[in-house]
Design a protein around this ligand. Structure first.
Ligand SMILES: [Zn+2]
Ligand SMILES: [Zn+2]
Length: 357
């Protein structure tokens, strides 16, 4: 009896509070419909937490560091630069978080629509695999196109994608069962976004979005800005502690604790920045590097060969100068191209900068 009675009393006692809470929540959802979606709610909470975290680290500094306030009065440009970096980092975070990683479905839609438009305009001329037709925004990189031939029933997209694989590849094995779309090389289905992403790198929980072809560059800049901000804030903390240690012990404890967190974050960010810089220079993705042995088209390629690399300079140029809204796809290298990449470096290669171009 006691065991049954106690929870009932608790439920009865809590009911008015729960009803009030439910009513307040429903009213909130009516004003902000986006909050009724749990995924969007958690994404919003994450963004609020990130802004708060940044404000706490900078705010504590301006609250306790009298020397910094004094310096701001004498040299306002110094603090203005810090605030500028602070705002730019947060803006870059929101910019990256809200950007599209380049979904395969969007690329497919664009390719098919452009093809239909092109066919309507000119029924006689043949559409090349990589073409520029006014606002055509799908480009294909590769010199071995036209290796496969599919029947007339296949869409333009299917033909385009199948040409990027070695002959003999089956459409079925390359079709994503969730999106029902033929995946070009380097694309992968993201379980969190429930979409296939072009040049999939990883799903970033911190940003709440996938990192792919469309936003990898923005992601790199975000890490770069965050690293610079973290480093600068750390320097300001060390400067404070050096000048004001033992003035008020509890302030020192807070400052040291925040400095430790900053140092750990800085190490993590620096390693992440170096790792992604390496990926950019070699034209790889995190997914390809980590799951190399599991990806069918990379399985037979030796570890030291970067199959999609076009030289460090070209890779960097493609990465930095990729126009937003333009989907580009890379064909798998042919056996001949791979053989060329396998050749060991000679003195002549070093002089001619083979690794760069
Ligand atoms: Zn998919
Ligand atoms: Zn994702």
């Amino acid at each position: 009896m006691f065991e049954i009675g106690r929870p009932m009393t608790t439920v009865g006692f809590c009911r008015p509070f729960r009803d009030t809470w439910d009513r307040a929540r429903d009213r909130c959802y009516r004003f902000f419909p986006c909050l009724s979606d749990p995924a969007r709610r958690s994404s919003l909470c994450l963004k609020v937490a990130l802004v708060m975290l940044h404000l706490v680290f900078a705010g504590v500094l301006f609250l306790f560091d009298r020397d910094l306030i004094e310096k701001t009065r004498r040299e306002p440009w110094y603090t203005a630069l810090y605030v500028l970096l602070f705002v730019a980092t947060l803006a870059q975070y929101f910019f990256t978080s809200g950007s599209s990683p380049g979904y395969v479905l969007d690329a497919m839609r664009t390719a098919n629509e452009t093809d239909a438009l092109f066919k309507k305009r000119s029924m006689t001329s043949k559409q090349p695999a990589s073409s520029k037709n006014g606002s055509l925004i799908v480009t294909v990189d590769g010199n071995q196109l036209g290796r496969n031939f599919l029947g007339g029933n296949a869409t333009y997209w299917t033909k385009l994608v199948m040409d990027m694989y070695p002959s003999g590849s089956s459409v079925r094995s390359l079709t994503c069962t969730y999106c029902n779309v033929v995946q070009p090389p380097r694309a992968k289905h993201c379980q969190d976004c429930d979409k296939c992403v072009l040049q999939f790198d990883h799903h970033c929980v911190w940003l709440g979005t996938c990192i792919g072809q469309g936003n990898h560059c923005r992601f790199w800049w975000y890490i770069c800005e965050e690293t610079a901000l973290c480093l600068w804030t750390g320097i300001l903390y060390i400067t404070y502690l050096k000048a004001n240690i033992s003035k008020a012990w509890w302030i020192d404890v807070i400052m040291i604790l925040l400095l430790v967190i900053l140092s750990i974050s800085l190490i993590f960010l620096l390693l992440l920045l170096l790792f992604h810089s390496y990926l950019v220079l070699t034209n790889q993705t995190t997914y390809e590097l980590v799951r190399r042995r599991r990806i069918p088209y990379l399985r037979g390629i030796p570890e030291r060969v970067y199959p999609f690399s076009k030289g460090a300079c070209r890779n960097l140029y493609n990465f930095c100068c990729a126009q937003s809204g333009i989907y580009s796809m890379e064909a798998l290298p042919t056996a001949q191209e791979l053989e060329g990449k396998l050749k060991p470096y000679t003195c002549l290669d070093v002089i001619s900068c083979r690794c760069c171009c």
